[in-house]
Structure formats: C-alpha cells, structure tokens
Ligand binder design. Sequence first.
Ligand SMILES: CC(=O)SCCNC(=O)CCNC(=O)[C@H](O)C(C)(C)COP(=O)(O)OP(=O)(O)OC[C@H]1O[C@@H](n2cnc3c(N)ncnc32)[C@H](O)[C@@H]1OP(=O)(O)O
Length: 275
Amino acid sequence: MVEFAFDIKHLFPQSIIRVQAHSLSPNDAPCRPYPHTNRGQPTRSSCRLSEILNVMGKLSADAQGLRHAVTSAEKLAPDQVVYLMADKAAGHWAITGLLKVGTKDLFVFDQGGCYRRFNKTPAILDFYVHESRQRCGQGKLLFEWMLEKQGWSPQKCSVDRPSNKMLAFMAKHYDLVRTIPQGNNFVLYEGFFDDPIPTSKSASGLQATGSIRNQSQGHFKRQEHEQAQAGHGHANRNTVQNDANSGPFSKDQKTVSGTSLYRRRWNSLTFASMQ
Ligand SMILES: CC(=O)SCCNC(=O)CCNC(=O)[C@H](O)C(C)(C)COP(=O)(O)OP(=O)(O)OC[C@H]1O[C@@H](n2cnc3c(N)ncnc32)[C@H](O)[C@@H]1OP(=O)(O)O
C-alpha cells in the first residue's frame, strides 16, 4: 500500500474514486490551504490528488519496467479518467491501486482482416495494484468498478500494450484469451466486433474505412518491439523487461487468425492510434 504524508481519507468518500483532469493541479503552483482563499490557486485537494496520481503512475511504470510513467497529473487528458482505490486495511487509509482509461480513435483489423476505423474505442491505458495487494482480487474490484462507471464491457475494451499479468488477468476474470491481431499496440479480444453497434456509452462511431485484406499480425508486437528495442536500451511499455512480464502467463494466449503475413505490406504504414 502506498502511504502519503497527508491524510487521504477526506479524498475517499468511498474506496474507489474517479479522478479527471479538471480536479487536478498538474503544475507546481502552491496550493491554497482553504477553499475560500486565493481563488486563482489550486485547492489543497487537487494538489494532493495530483501528487497521488504522480506517485502511483511512477510505481505503475516501475512495475511494468517503463522508463516514463503512463499516468501523471500533467498527462491526464480531459477525456481520460483515473480510478484510484484506497483502503484502511493497515489501520489507516492508503492507496492500493490505479486504473487509467480513456477512448482512442483506432485503425483496427477485424477478424476477417478488414481494416476499419473505430472512433472512441474504450481503452485500458494503465493498471496497477500495489505489490502487497496483488492477486487478492483488488484488481478485479477496481476493474469491475470502472466497467460499471464507464458503461463498458470487457470484450469491447482495447488494451494498450498489456503486460503478461494483464493478459493473465483478462483471461482469468473474463475468459478473454483469444485476441484479434492488430498492427498497433492495442490488443483487441474476440467479441470486440460481435456487435457492430457498440452498446457501451463511449464506444461509438464505427466507420469502415476500407476493405484492404490482410491475413494477420500478432499482437505480440510488443514483445517483438521489446526485442528490437532491447539492444537500444530504450524502455517504454513496449520494452517491459522486469517481472511485469515474467509471470506464469503464456499458457493459452492465442490469436484469432494465423501467423503474420502482413509485414511485407504493412510495415510501411502507420498503424498507431490516431491520438
Ligand atoms: C494496459 C496496462 O496497464 S498493462 C499493465 C498492467 N499492470 C501491470 O502489469 C503492473 C503489475 N501488475 C499489477 O499491478 C496487477 O497484477 C494487475 C493490475 C495486473 C492485476 O491486479 P491484481 O490485484 O493482481 O488482480 P486480481 O487479484 O483481481 O487477479 C489476479 C489475477 O491476475 C493475474 N495476475 C496477477 N498477478 C500476476 C502475476 N504475478 N503473474 C501472473 N498473473 C498475474 C492472474 O490471472 C491472477 O490470477 P491467479 O492469481 O489465479 O493466477
């Protein structure tokens, strides 16, 4: 659990809170101690939330072997949400987990290999439960809370460069094992395309942008990228080298289509998300 020098209890009317950019103070401006003073300054609560986000973002990056944090107060976009989880299992309130989500406009391949554009695809961007609380159901609790608040279903979520622990998590809790190969860093699961009109609040705007056929490309691009990058000493979520990827996972992970034939044609194109 992650403890702070200040009391976090007042920030957590319940064990999981939803944080958006407007409730943060990403800059180092001094905080106003009381709500009624210095109206131009950020409130103490927003400063503290920002500090929590920065610390948890850093811990998450460390756990995944990333050089740069995916989550920080400064980087949080207006359309992104961070769910923070805390409890007082240790006798006082401490932060136990973080889950950052948002929507992405993605070019994706469906199961038939058609290349499509999906706007506002639900995206899991950063997920971390403190080491002292992992594998105790805390991650599931946080994820379920997020799904409910966002109005999302797990199979409609894209996952940004999942670690092996994340893949194992999705397999265990949601039976999501079979992935649809993509050329970007997002993993889509079988079921993503089942309903052509997404039922979630946020996943809307399917637009087929072409009928270019392609056989497949493994989502293990991340690992490929890791290997490619390893020699360059570059670390980001594509280059996880530590225990984030060293769990027992690997058992049944499958891709829906076959092996990769796409590179010849597609390596020269940009598959990354549009944002
Ligand atoms: C988009 C992204 O953010 S990808 C990055 C995901 N984050 C990380 O890899 C950071 C380090 N890992 C974590 O913080 C956590 O393990 C999380 C967030 C992935 C899951 O949180 P937890 O509280 O452990 O999840 P929860 O207890 O609900 O579920 C446990 C399941 O998750 C998976 N899992 C959790 N830890 C591990 C591990 N060390 N090795 C393999 N699988 C693991 C397993 O499926 C596990 O079930 P099992 O114990 O029966 O094997």
